[in-house]
Design a protein around this ligand. Sequence first.
Ligand SMILES: [Zn+2]
Length: 251
Amino acid sequence: MAMIDYSWVVLFAVLGLVFGSFGTVLICRVPLHKNIGGRSHCPQCRHVLSPIELVPLMSYILQCGRCRHCHRTINALYPGIELSSALLFTLALFLDRSPLPALLLALALWLLLLIAVIDMHTRTIHDVLNFSFVFLAVAYAIAIGEFQAIGALLLGGFFGLQWLLSRGRWVGSGDILLGVGIGFLLGSMAPALLCLGLSYVLGAIVASYLLVTRKATSKSAVPFGPFLAMSTLLTVVFGDRIIAVLILGLF
Ligand SMILES: [Zn+2]
């Protein structure tokens, strides 16, 4: 197994932090249909952030998680997304050792993170992020020479059918496109099915927890995007091993 050049790891980690920082801007502005240009400011006192306050993660640590201007606490979601994004970028490099496919995979996983966080907070999946995700998933599949439509047809069809049958009550229309993107990313039938199964297992675990702790009732709607995103990540990282174990178990 070839060693990964240390400088690539640093580059991907830094890129991940930068995209993570951009991601926090998208998470705040895309659901409100705001322009993504323009300077960032403290959401509480509107103080425009200086370049030093825009340095991902470090600014949060140096300012002890508070705005330098109004001293109110900064939502820990922001450094959380920056750190997760850096980890996803580095992970992509370890999964796909050549830089171009790794970058495409990193960007796809980064978008999936944003889609999941926005869905969790607003219960909507935005087309602009969804279409970008589908595009990156296709580009990644082509870059690694494993482009297949079967996974996309399977997941897109599965959510499309549910959407039609329930007239949009069980799943949202955004889930269909998200399913298509995940299908292209995973490619063939086995990982797509595994990802779907895992998302329902994760969903059932979290729903049971919410019901037991009375944080939700049986009538609460739980967004499905975060479970799909999490199970996609698990399938990308451990899919081959899980499928091998399942096949061994069956025979
Ligand atoms: Zn402030």
